[in-house]
Write a protein that binds this ligand. Structure first.
Ligand code: 13P
Length: 283
């Protein structure tokens, strides 16, 4: 059944690796992620944004992940990515989700604190762990679009206060990553991450990891990042391979066949990212 991510992340923090959080969108993308994680003996977080749950149904997705979690003997957790509405969170927690992100980072600081506290109280009472974000990432994550002008970095001193006031289990930091692919290689504020780590002891989360070079992600892991979120870099090879197959096989009409090249292309990236996170062979 649903696994809480606290133990997963604390173990990663202790042993110096990160748990990859892969955004999935349907049965096929879930299959790729859990099969690859099981083959590589890696814990894995299955992330879904509100629009993914609107598309697939909270009950359907929960049931799929529950089956995956019993089928494989590596830790598999369903996680609510970038949720903003407590009622949505409650709906999933009642269904068995044990890991949630409340993203109130677009609200003024005190409001962010108040919203997060309310979610933490509810989630902890139901055995679920909570991630929250301080600072704001630019870019696009499904329906959520943040202009570069509205993005801002996490302030270490405020991060300390935020974690103390809210009692969150993990903190998503804004240090220069963005959602979606980058036009040029982003320059991350590694010193800021080190400063945050000095004053915050909960596991840190790196959003927007698609397109960030391996070595940079590794440096972030050394500095306390225990969860690395990847979405776009999986969607792209899946969609490109599917498109290529359909264009070159005009008569293709069997989803069980034409999904295979898409799954294979995505699988390659999932395996690379697990190795990047150094989460392979941990179980
Ligand atoms: P990318 O799409 O940039 O990989 O971001 C994923 C993410 O941070 C999900 O929360």
């Amino acid at each position: 059944m649903g696994v809480n991510t606290k133990e997963m992340l604390v173990k990663a923090q202790k042993d110096g690796y990160a748990v990859p959080a892969f955004n999935i969108h349907n049965l096929e993308t879930l299959q790729v992620v859990v099969e690859t994680a099981a083959e590589l003996r890696s814990p894995v977080i299955i992330a879904g944004t509100p629009s993914t749950f609107a598309y697939g149904g909270r009950d359907y997705i929960q049931a799929l992940v529950d089956v995956a979690a019993t089928r494989y003997d590596v830790p598999i957790a369903l996680h609510l990515d970038h949720h903003e509405v407590l009622d949505d969170i409650k709906e999933s927690v009642v269904l068995g989700t044990k890991s949630v992100m409340i993203d109130a980072s677009h609200h003024p600081y005190e409001e962010n604190v108040a919203i997060v506290k309310e979610v933490v109280e509810y989630a902890h009472a139901h055995g679920a762990t909570v991630e929250a974000e301080l600072g704001r990432l630019g870019g696009q994550e499904d329906d959520l679009v943040v202009d570069a002008a509205d993005a801002y970095y996490t302030d270490p001193a405020v991060a300390k206060d935020f974690v103390e006031k809210t009692n969150i289990d993990s903190l998503a930091v804004a240090i220069g990553t963005a959602h979606g692919m980058y036009k040029s290689e982003p320059k991350l504020d590694i010193n800021r991450l080190a400063e945050i780590r000095k004053v915050v002891d909960v596991p840190l989360v790196l959003h927007g990891a698609s397109g960030i070079p391996f070595d940079t992600v590794r440096t972030c892991i050394e500095l306390g990042v225990c969860k690395v979120n990847i979405a776009t870099e999986l969607k792209n090879p899946f969609s490109d391979a599917l498109r290529q197959y359909l264009v070159t096989h005009e008569d293709a009409n069997d989803p069980r066949k034409y999904m295979e090249p898409a799954k294979a292309a995505m699988k390659k990236v999932v395996a690379e990212k697990i190795k990047m996170c150094m989460s392979d062979n941990r179980y």
